[in-house]
Design a protein around this ligand. Structure first.
Ligand SMILES: N[C@@H](CCC(=O)N[C@@H](CS)C(=O)NCC(=O)O)C(=O)O
Length: 241
């Protein structure tokens, strides 16, 4: 049985949830609590990060490696293009959004969400252990400081990351003006990666979280800043998620 160790809030984990669902693979999602996750992930793999996927004796970390493994092992509904040139293009796009988009979306969203514990604690505890919500509430102030330190999240990095998101969004938008998909003529891991990593700024159905009914003004303003150029994210979610 495939097991996905993950955070429900994580957009890198969403890449894998989406791929598993798209390919129709059975899996068990094991939702870890931020902070405590290290005990589990470090026992399984080299780094502390999620997603971690296990499949029998195979243990994989890093969303791009997990996607490659899934397509190699379960080739049905492959997200990796068969054509070599298109495959390289798709992998290049995925590498680009993993490095230049995902990290910055996270900085911007957490900068706001960490000041809104009533929203972010339910995200952290979503479908996790029964004691998750209580534990997250008790430890939240320490966790917030730690997360800000670890991921360098502050007012200055918020502004810098916003610029980086604009650059990446412009580049993706330009490409998708000329063609329906980022690489080749079919939905691929490039589109899946870009849409997953932008999803927190769109809050599409299918992500797996209960998005808040009332979005904090600062987050709404951030989402509105990109809205005109990322409507394709919702399009991919509606069609392929
Ligand atoms: N390059 C990694 C990034 C994964 C990542 O940054 N995961 C974050 C959650 S979004 C995480 O686990 N952070 C906590 C940690 O590193 O201990 C991937 O593609 O899987």
């Amino acid at each position: 049985m495939i097991k996905l160790y993950q955070f429900p809030i994580s957009h890198y984990c969403e890449k894998i949830r989406w791929a598993l669902d798209f390919k129709g693979l059975d899996y068990e999602a094991i939702n870890l609590l931020p902070g405590l996750h290290i005990k589990t992930t470090k026992k399984l793999a080299k780094y502390s990060s999620v997603p971690v996927l296990t499949d029998g004796d195979v243990v994989l970390q890093n969303s791009n490696e997990i996607l490659s493994y899934l397509d190699e092992t379960y080739p049905n509904k492959s997200l990796t293009p068969a054509d070599e040139i298109i495959r390289l293009e798709a992998l290049e796009w995925e590498k680009y959004v993993d490095a230049e988009l995902g990290v910055h979306v996270r900085v911007c969203c957490y900068h706001i969400l960490l000041e809104n514990p009533k929203i972010v604690i339910p995200f952290f505890a979503h479908n996790g252990p029964w004691y998750g919500s209580l534990l997250m509430r008790l430890g939240f102030s320490k966790l917030k400081v730690k997360m800000r330190q670890m991921m360098n999240i502050n007012a200055e990095s918020f502004v810098q990351s916003k610029d980086k998101i604009h650059q990446a969004v412009d580049k993706l938008y330009d490409q998708l003006q000329n063609q329906a998909f980022l690489a080749g003529g079919e939905f691929s891991r490039a589109d899946l990666a870009a849409a997953s990593l932008l999803a927190p700024l769109v809050m599409p159905e299918g992500y797996g979280l209960n998005w808040p009914k009332r979005i904090p003004d600062e987050l709404k303003a951030l989402m509105d800043e990109f809205k005109g150029k990322i409507s394709w994210v919702d399009g991919f979610y509606k069609k392929y998620r």
